[in-house]
Design a protein around this ligand. Structure first.
Ligand code: ATP
Length: 199
């Protein structure tokens, strides 16, 4: 499921519409310090649903919008689109090409789209769940992440292995089912109380 293209406009240092096309194989991005290399991987993570502004080196999510320079006024919208070649159906969708778009406005409201159709953050998360990519996956290894994995607790390392092995989705489904069971059990207790009161 190669990421074939990335379109960025108004995200961090990318004030102008910018398209990066990735050829098969390895792509290297080189540039001087502060030229925006990390902003590219952050744009990818953000479009996949990153919810932590701090994880993107900001205080609030609208900080990802181009903040302006001495020569250019700030913008009010950031938009990132990831284009995946999905002919191998690695992502759970029947389309051969998948365009994932995220927009954010100055008021902080984010919008998500799959193939130009508005969707929820949850839909983006389930699209990537157990695909091996995603905002929490290990397809994007940022500076310091390797040390963080080695130094993490055994439980956290286990969840990394589960995510990689593709069992994470079943754990999420199990947790949801257990919550529903608990809810139903609470309701039954309430019914039993009422029945006792009536008797
Ligand atoms: P290094 O090689 O030092 O790691 P880099 O090439 O990875 O650098 P980035 O960290 O991606 O560079 O980019 C930093 C640049 O992005 C800085 O010049 C910073 O001013 C700019 N930048 C970050 N957020 C915004 C924003 N919201 N608006 C405008 N520019 C921004």
């Amino acid at each position: 499921m190669p990421l074939s293209s990335l379109k960025i406009v108004g995200f961090k240092s990318f004030a102008d519409p910018t398209t990066l096309n990735f050829a098969p194989g390895v792509t290297g991005i080189v540039g001087p310090n502060g030229s925006g290399k990390s902003n590219i991987t952050e744009a990818v993570r953000w479009a996949m649903g990153e919810q932590s502004a701090k994880g993107l080196r900001g205080e609030r999510m609208p900080d990802v919008i181009f903040a302006g320079t001495q020569l250019r006024p700030p913008l009010n919208l950031a938009e990132v689109t990831l284009i995946f070649d999905n002919r191998g159906r690695a992502l759970k969708n029947d389309a051969d090409t998948l365009e994932i778009t995220r927009k954010i406005f100055r008021d902080g409201e984010s919008e998500f789209y799959i193939n130009k159709k508005a969707c929820r953050l949850k839909d983006i998360a389930s699209l990537f769940m157990d695909s091996g990519i995603g905002k929490e996956s290990f397809s994007i290894i940022s500076q310091g992440k390797v040390e963080a994995i080695f130094n993490s607790r055994a439980e956290d390392r286990r969840s990394i292995i589960e995510e990689t092995a593709g069992v994470h989705q079943y754990k999420v489904q199990k947790d949801t089912a257990l919550q529903k069971l608990q809810h139903t059990s609470d309701n039954l207790d309430r019914v039993a109380d009422i029945v006792t009161e009536i008797e």
